[in-house]
Design a protein around this ligand. Structure first.
Ligand code: AHR
Length: 356
């Protein structure tokens, strides 16, 4: 086949025209490229994919990526349902993933979601440090991130620059409330007693902050109450039971247990009973979450108190996203307020029908 110089030029400029038109259509669909390093999408104004160092703005949202760290208990199922419901209520398409308590899996999930080009990404990080890199990768790819429930290490990824904001509970305050409840259960600030602490997943923000809040409050308010063992049970009921079964043999005289979540407390209560103890009488137990199973133990007297950690974060998260789309400045932290549930003041009974 033979082409003259003029017809070759015409074919070349026609192709350029088609490529340019396709690029405009792709950009309008939110399909900006992250590989070339120069394209910015129309819904993420001013963002240059591949080299972005600033907070990503977003002007409209259809597709929302959702990286969940695990689906392994009442708390996580309630959180998941709340996110799914709120996304639906806003008319957004949700792309859900479940990392099954694996940092490696969650890093991979987030990178896969980035490749799927959602307009916004929601991330509930398994631990504080491991998911920092993919969150920074999302920012570089011009995908704004909202961190939900568990925080990342904010000295490595900063809200207002690397991600839009953190939506979640005050874990440190929860720990302090748990200490206040256990001090009360054990007879007040002058009490002398020994207790054990079952901690959550090592490196996760709730384990770090609940532990810090509890230990600090206890040392300040009731220095006679000593923590003789702190051991992780990974926020899991079966592990809580195993760990408690060993600890009660080692420390048969303890008078209290603080578990970083309800699941571990429920497992611990089973182990204490198997060891011949009477939770609620000779050993006081306090935990955090607000599951139906734990609230029922409060009502039966086997647990002294449950500090709420509200998993229904969907409405707050998507209301925050609405504000972000409107261009409002967000605070670094959108706080989910929590309560304390006890039998004595009627708060556990009042909350029970709403428990998850
Ligand atoms: O991040 C919140 C914590 O994670 C909840 O307390 C716990 O039940 C879950 O595993």
């Amino acid at each position: 086949m033979h082409f003259s110089r003029t017809s070759l030029k015409r074919i070349f400029s026609m192709n350029i025209g088609v490529i340019a038109a396709l690029s405009v259509i792709l950009a309008a669909c939110g399909g900006g490229s992250s590989s070339g390093g120069t394209t910015s999408t129309s819904i993420h104004p001013g963002c240059t994919a591949g080299s972005n160092t600033k907070l990503v703005k977003v002007t409209s949202v259809h597709k929302v990526g959702w990286s969940q760290n695990a689906l392994d208990g009442a708390w996580r199922f309630a959180e998941e349902a709340s996110i799914v419901q709120a996304a639906k209520a806003h008319g957004f398409q949700l792309l859900p993933t479940n990392a099954n308590n694996s940092d490696n899996q969650q890093v991979q999930d987030i990178e896969n979601l980035i490749n799927d080009r959602p307009d916004v990404l929601l991330v509930d990080p398994h631990t504080e440090d491991a998911e920092v890199k993919p969150i920074l990768d999302a920012r570089k790819a011009c995908i704004p991130v909202i961190v939900v429930d568990r925080d990342v290490n904010e000295s490595q990824a900063t809200p207002g620059r690397d991600f839009a904001t953190f939506v979640g509970s005050d874990f440190q305050k929860q720990g302090a409330h748990a200490a206040d409840a256990l001090i009360e259960a054990l007879g007040g600030p002058a009490t002398k007693a020994t207790i054990v602490e079952l901690t959550g997943t090592t490196g996760s923000s709730p384990a770090i902050l609940r532990g810090g809040g509890f230990d600090g409050e206890l040392a300040t308010k009731a220095p006679g109450i000593k923590i003789v063992a702190e051991q992780t049970a990974n926020f899991a009921r079966a592990t809580g039971q195993q760990v408690m079964a060993t600890l009660i043999q080692q420390y048969p005289n303890i008078k209290g247990v603080f578990a970083h979540n309800d699941e571990m407390a429920i497992g611990a209560i089973t182990a204490l009973k198997a060891a011949g103890k009477h939770p609620g009488q000779d050993i006081k137990v306090v935990s955090i979450d607000g599951t139906k199973d734990a609230i029922n133990l409060v009502l039966s007297g086997e647990e002294y108190a449950v500090v709420q950690s509200n998993p229904r974060l969907g409405a707050l998260t998507f209301d925050t996203l609405d504000k972000y789309i409107k261009g409002e400045d967000l605070p670094a932290w959108v706080v989910q307020p929590d309560k304390v549930f006890k039998k004595a003041d009627g708060s556990a009974a009042a909350y029970q029908p709403d428990a998850f």
